[in-house]
Ligand binder design. Structure first.
Ligand SMILES: [Zn+2]
Length: 269
């Protein structure tokens, strides 16, 4: 098997035996992979601490015909995780998004958009802590790249276009909003007016208007300033509601629970 070179983000590592490491990493060209790095524990020189969670590396590996575990030959650091350690919150947020990618992707499934999104998240987190809005925004982005886009523009059951004021019902089973008529027959929960349009707006906002552009001057309380159409004080409440909706949605459709969800919730409120 030929040597493969690829960009990768380290998702997690664990020690294996006396001197090896098992590494899970998400690559640009081949999606998620697990590999063994021989001697990674003992020979710091060989991998120079590159195989650490959240690092972005240029990785070299061999695939093995007999095993799903690849053999990691080399890893050069492209972008270190330095900066994330500045706060516990940043580490929790980085853990949450890497776990999201790890749990919701299958091995060897290329997903370039998801890779770029995770890269952007880690780069941004080194500069600034995320607000709840940012977390929700990136969760929605990731779900979209995984093929789970919520239908928030029209009734998910009959397709009827809905005005913002009519969007009150959300069905996690169907993954979208319902008109009043369909709400009679389709299981759903009712939400305050403005919540579903708020979620829709987040899915439509371009990525660069979020965390990265806020730089270091961000508010730490999950409030965004100067954004037309948002009741300022209401946004954090809507965002928390949004994260709960997504948690339910992911649990229902993907049968996955995240270890880092609870921790993240406890630090972001
Ligand atoms: Zn309908």
């Amino acid at each position: 098997m030929p040597l493969v070179k690829d960009e990768a983000i380290i998702l997690s590592t664990r020690l294996f035996g006396e001197s090896d490491k098992i590494v899970r990493f998400f690559t640009l060209s081949s999606g998620k992979l697990s590999g063994i790095a021989k001697g990674a524990k003992k020979s710091q020189k060989r991998f120079m601490n590159t195989l650490e969670p959240f690092n972005q590396v240029l990785i070299e590996y061999f695939e093995k015909a007999t095993s799903s575990l690849v053999r990691i030959e080399n890893a050069d650091l492209e972008e270190s995780n330095s900066g994330l350690e500045l706060s516990f919150k940043r580490v929790c947020m980085a853990s949450f998004f890497t776990e999201f990618v790890d749990k919701l992707t299958k091995e060897k499934q290329r997903n370039e958009h998801l890779f770029q999104t995770l890269k952007k998240i880690l780069d941004s987190l080194k500069l600034v802590e995320f607000t709840t809005t940012d977390i929700l925004y990136y969760e929605l982005q990731m779900l979209r790249h995984l093929g789970y886009m919520l239908n928030l523009a029209a009734c998910v059951h009959c397709g009827k276009a809905l005005a913002d004021v009519e969007k009150l019902y959300f069905s996690k089973e169907r993954g979208g909003t319902l008109c009043t008529g369909c709400a009679h027959s389709v299981p759903h929960r009712q939400y305050p007016q403005g919540f579903i349009p708020h979620m829709l707006r987040l899915t439509e906002t371009p990525m660069n208007s979020h965390a990265q552009s806020r730089g270091n001057s961000s508010s730490e309380h999950g409030e965004r300033e100067g954004e037309a159409g948002y009741p300022r004080a209401g946004v954090p409440i809507l965002d928390r509601m949004g994260r709960e909706v997504l948690e339910d949605f992911v649990k229902f459709h993907l049968a996955v629970e995240f270890k880092s969800y609870r921790l993240l919730k406890s630090i972001t409120g």
